[in-house]
Design a protein around this ligand. Structure first.
Ligand SMILES: [Zn+2]
Length: 194
C-alpha cells in the first residue's frame, strides 16, 4: 500500500495586520513511498528546515536522501522549495505556469500519474501553476500545498488569502475536497474531510 509520512509539519505566522512573517513560516514536506518502489517528496519546505527533514528521515530509518527519486513542488514559493538540493537523485516536477528557474525540472501542464496511485493534479488559484498530489492508499490523501494552506480554509470554504484568482482557487479547493478523505494542507496539520 502506498504510504505517507510528514517530514516537516508546516506553519504560518502572521503579524497583527495579517501579513505573513516570512522568517517564521515554512511549508509542510511530505514523503510518499509507493508500492512500485518510488520515494517521492512533495515540497521541500524552507531552507532553514533542512535539519528537521534530515531528522525525520533518520527517524523513519529506511529512507535516505539519495533514495528520493521524485520531488513534486506544489508551487514555486520559497517556503516550499528550499531544500531541493538535499535530494541529488530526484527528478523535480513542477507546473509549467510557475515562475522559477529550477535546473532540469520536468514541466507538466495537466494531470500526470507519477507512480501507481499517485497523481499530480493542477489546482491553480493560489498561484497560476499550483498543483496538488493525490495519493490512493488506505484512504484518499490530497497533499494540497497552498491550494489549501490551513484547515480553516477548508472549514470556512475560504480561498487562500494570497491568490491570483479567488474563483479559480475555490474551484480547485472543491476538486481537492471531492477526492480527499484526508487533506495535507500547505502550512497546517493533516485533517479528515468528514
Ligand atoms: Zn505559497
Amino acid at each position: 500500500m502506498n504510504s505517507i509520512d510528514i517530514l516537516v509539519l508546516g506553519h504560518l505566522e502572521r503579524d497583527e495586520d495579517g501579513s505573513v512573517i516570512q522568517s517564521d513560516t515554512w511549508s509542510t514536506s511530505t514523503l510518499i513511498r509507493t508500492d512500485d518502489g518510488h520515494n517521492i517528496v512533495v515540497d521541500t519546505s524552507k531552507d532553514f528546515m533542512r535539519a528537521a527533514i534530515k531528522t525525520s528521515l533518520k527517524q523513519i530509518g529506511k529512507v535516505f536522501p539519495e533514495d528520493i527519486d521524485i520531488i513534486v513542488l506544489t508551487h514555486a514559493h520559497e517556503d516550499h522549495i528550499g531544500n531541493n538540493d538535499m535530494f541529488k537523485n530526484a527528478k523535480i516536477y513542477i507546473h509549467k505556469d510557475e515562475v522559477c528557474d529550477i535546473d532540469g525540472a520536468v514541466r507538466i501542464d495537466k494531470e500526470t500519474e507519477i507512480a501507481k496511485g499517485v497523481r499530480i493534479v493542477p489546482t491553480p488559484g493560489h498561484s497560476a501553476g499550483s498543483v496538488s498530489v493525490f495519493v490512493d492508499s488506505d484512504r484518499h490523501y490530497a497533499i494540497a500545498g497552498d491550494a489549501i494552506p490551513l484547515k480553516n480554509n477548508f472549514v470556512k470554504r475560504q480561498a487562500p488569502r494570497l491568490n491570483i484568482d479567488e474563483a479559480l482557487a475555490l474551484e480547485s479547493m472543491k476538486k481537492i475536497v471531492a477526492y480527499a478523505d484526508v487533506i495535507v494542507p500547505g502550512h497546517d496539520q493533516p485533517f479528515k474531510t468528514s
